[in-house]
Design a binder for this molecule. Structure first.
Ligand SMILES: Cc1cc2nc3c(=O)[nH]c(=O)nc-3n(C[C@H](O)[C@H](O)[C@H](O)COP(=O)(O)OP(=O)(O)OC[C@H]3O[C@@H](n4cnc5c(N)ncnc54)[C@H](O)[C@@H]3O)c2cc1C
Length: 559
């Protein structure tokens, strides 16, 4: 990831070889369940296992790799219907897979029981999404937005809205989408131009939305429109529920994307559509809250989607390395290749634990904006390097469409973009540290490090993590005192995220049944954390010097 991707210490190769021969598919379902249990306890572990096993079996049957590859080539399509209007058609193979997953109850996982849901922890949804993503990332993207919309209605909908929509969304009778992005409003969600004006007891919406996943064939859209003056930015934006067909939402285009071809990404237009007053979702002018609540949950889900791609790329690279022979042996026998694979294993472990850690916080009802962004940021950025490395292991074959790693690389590209770009995550994480949850986060970091020290009393790893944690908080204080904080936010974010990775891997390594490789991965993560801390300390320190220099230059010029 960025500067932290410099040469790294290899994970011990002998242990890695043993590990890789232990399990055919390295990150198998039992390991996923174990990771879940480490963070969320045994409750619901059986439901998780059962769901993962049935999702896996179902997708192996209805969407085998060769069919998923065909979907990647053919994608979804845009056609003209009999009435001349544009219609989006999801690839039939993905539609069939969705129908099967619906039958398994995947749409119901976190919905409340009174809405026909199973009321299970979000972690179970995330881990199911990562498995779907392992099989087909476009299919996983469906669950990101459908889940986002369900979550938004579940949190902000009136009882009547919940009763009207949630049971049908949970049953898969309706599919949903979230339509926020506009030509002028991407990262700057408050810059939307779509307007909603009052019309009797209802609203009339006029404007355009772009890049809307599921947008062309969703039955239901959660959307945003300006209801207050433009100067109020996001504070003058409200959220609405649209019924696409009945309300007259028009499809105006379909994106031809890099990867994720099976997921239809539509451009939509609201040509003065009229909706009843009871479609306002949440409070008037407070649509930003609805949007950010769903986006927060989606960020962790994007982490889960990244995890699925990462495991697929890893499995392909490990299998290839076992078969391909060069220099008189399988290439997996070469240290350099094993180092690549070991690096990937570490990244994947950190991803999985970050997602489960987040879900555990969510489950306990603890505020966790920083952690949600860290999961999204780490998983989507680390995936970029991981998919490139999986291609490296394949040599020239990695560039061929005949090998799945080529596709993994294309799919990876979009993940740091949607759900808030990585640059926006720099701001969010650093702002959380500097201002919003400062005391709470500090207390949480202190408590976690103290617990790790207690568990790891006989090793120095936890003490080293604690030392960097103290360093992070000293840097936070230092940046907080600066007038111009912007250049340093990224460094706080990188350090905070590396700290989280080391903490979760050490948490895993200190479990009673941890294996040698898990301890090795934690040790490498701690080494990297210290490297990262050195970079952050250097940058923030040097940044100060630059500021002094700038002031001196200005003085000289003015003088
Ligand atoms: C495959 C895919 C699916 C999507 N699905 C949906 C969907 O279902 N619903 C939906 O509403 N949207 C969706 N989007 C849109 C997505 O959320 C936006 O692309 C994203 O928010 C970024 O907005 P933008 O593309 O306009 O980029 P911009 O905001 O224009 O950003 C361009 C660059 O400038 C940087 N930047 C912008 N502002 C700042 C700032 N203040 N500080 C620092 N850097 C900044 C960004 O980080 C980025 O590097 C999807 C996008 C993709 C690619």
């Amino acid at each position: 990831m960025g500067e932290s991707s410099h040469e790294r210490d290899p994970v011990d190769n002998r242990q890695f070889s043993r590990y890789i021969s232990d399990v055919a598919r390295l990150f198998d379902i039992e390991r996923t369940v174990r990771t879940y249990c480490l963070h969320l306890g045994e409750e619901h572990a059986d439901e998780l296992r059962e769901l993962l096993v049935s999702v896996d079996r179902t997708l192996c049957r209805v969407l085998p790799p060769e069919l998923s590859r065909r979907v990647d080539r053919e994608g979804s399509t845009l056609e003209r219907g009999p009435d001349g209007r544009l219609v989006v058609r999801r690839h039939p193979a993905l539609q069939a897979a969705l129908d099967e997953l619906c039958r398994l109850g995947l749409f119901r996982v976190f919905a409340a029981e009174e809405h026909g849901g199973f009321a299970l922890p979000l972690a179970i949804y995330y881990l199911a999404v990562q498995l779907v993503s392992y099989h087909d990332t476009s299919l996983a993207l469906f669950f990101l937005v459908h889940g986002n919309a369900m979550y938004g209605i579940g949190r902000y909908g009136t009882p009547a809205q919940q009763a009207r929509y949630l049971p049908r969304l949970a049953a898969g009778e309706l599919i949903a989408s979230v339509a926020f992005t506009e030509p002028t409003a991407g990262s700057d969600a408050g810059a939307i131009r779509t307007r909603a004006r009052r019309d009797g007891d209802g609203w009339v919406l006029e404007g355009d939305k772009l890049w809307i996943t599921n947008g062309g064939d969703a039955d239901l859209l959660i959307t945003t429109a300006r209801t207050g003056p433009a100067e109020r930015g996001i504070e003058g934006v409200s959220a609405f529920i649209l019924e696409r067909e009945a309300d007259g939402v028009e499809v105006t285009g379909l994106e031809d994307k890099t990867g994720l071809a099976g997921s239809p990404t539509a451009a939509l237009s609201y040509p003065g559509i009229r909706v009843p007053g009871d479609r306002l979702l949440g409070e008037l002018d407070r649509g930003g809250r609805v949007m950010f609540a769903g986006v927060g949950m989606t960020r962790v889900n994007i982490g889960a989607q990244a995890l699925g791609i990462a495991k697929r790329a890893f499995d392909a690279a490990a299998a290839f390395a076992g078969e391909r022979r060069q220099g008189g042996c399988a290439i997996i026998e070469h240290d350099a290749v094993r180092q690549r694979l070991a690096d990937m294993a570490l990244t994947i472990s950190a991803m999985e634990h970050l997602i489960c850690r987040d879900s555990a916080l969510e489950h306990r009802g603890e505020w966790h904006v920083r952690e949600m962004s860290e999961a999204k940021y780490y998983c989507s950025e680390a995936l970029q390097e991981l998919t490139l490395r999986a291609i490296n292991v394949h040599g020239g074959y990695g560039c061929s469409r005949d090998h799945v790693v080529e596709r993994c690389r294309r799919e990876a590209v979009a993940l740091p973009l949607y759900g808030g770009t990585s640059e926006i995550q720099w701001y969010i994480i650093a702002r959380e540290l500097l201002e919003r949850g400062k005391a709470d986060y500090r207390a949480r970091d202190d408590a976690l490090c103290a617990e790790l020290e207690a568990r790891e009393a006989r090793s120095d790893l936890a003490r080293r993590v604690s030392a960097v944690k103290d360093q992070l908080w000293r840097l936070v204080e230092r940046v907080a005192a600066m007038e111009d904080q912007a250049p340093f936010l990224r460094h706080l974010t990188e350090l905070s995220t590396a700290l989280a990775c080391a903490q979760v891997l050490l948490w895993q390594a200190s479990a009673p049944d941890a294996d040698a490789l898990e301890r090795e991965l934690a040790a490498v993560a701690v080494d990297r954390l210290e490297d990262r801390a050195a970079i952050s300390v250097g940058r923030i320190g040097r940044g100060l010097d630059r500021r002094t220099l700038k002031a001196l230059v200005r003085e000289r010029l003015e003088g």
